[in-house]
Design a protein around this ligand. Sequence first.
Ligand code: NAP
Length: 207
Amino acid sequence: MRTTARLGIMGGTFDPVHFGHLVTAEEALVQFNLDRVLFMPTGRPARKTDREVTSAEHRYLMTVIATAANPDFDVSRMEIDRAGLSYTVDTLVALRETYGPHTELFFITGADAVWEIVTWKDAERFKGLATFIAATRPGYDLDAAREEHAEALAALDIEFIEVPSLAISSTDIRSRVAERRPIRYLTPEAVASYIQKYRLYREDGRS
Ligand code: NAP
């Protein structure tokens, strides 16, 4: 019998959440034998102070809607409710305190973000705090990336998963909405309806 729990933390801006994120979380759950995955929408992304990000409440609610039917998925307000910029180290330390030493933490995010982790706040504290699971899109040259980012590999515990549906991206969905192109089948229908209802990602929107 396993004596430790394994918690996945799906960190992202989720502007908006899409099927690529949901498939990534499900893949990580199965491949790493996780007990559950906690989606963690960033409150105020530390690296996105230069571009406008949709309000945290909209991003949180879209994530709740998208994950509601899956009993293994939850959504946390931790970063949204914390004042100031969102730093992953603060989140992992808080989760470690909440769940105690018998829960292993697995922080899941996109491979592009993962290589920058060594430059994130207090990066030297990550080793031993959490294992990072980096999701790659099809065609991603992992060997080249490993060579280029040897420093990050040595400094962190990183695992990789390839997720076919990560060809979907939040950036593309935002552009499509702005250009009145369809987003059906890229994100759950309820999220698409939410985007339409609140006119998100449109010049005349109310986000
Ligand atoms: P990003 O730079 O917007 O994303 C980089 C790439 O990864 C994008 O292609 C993105 O696609 C993808 N991606 C992002 N989250 C993903 C996920 N959970 N699963 C699969 N693909 C994902 O990244 P971000 O959203 O701002 O940040 C990702 C996480 O890193 C967040 O939890 C954030 O708080 C954390 N972070 C922390 C610091 C810090 O502590 N200093 C700095 C930067 C980021 P989509 O656009 O389609 O999602």
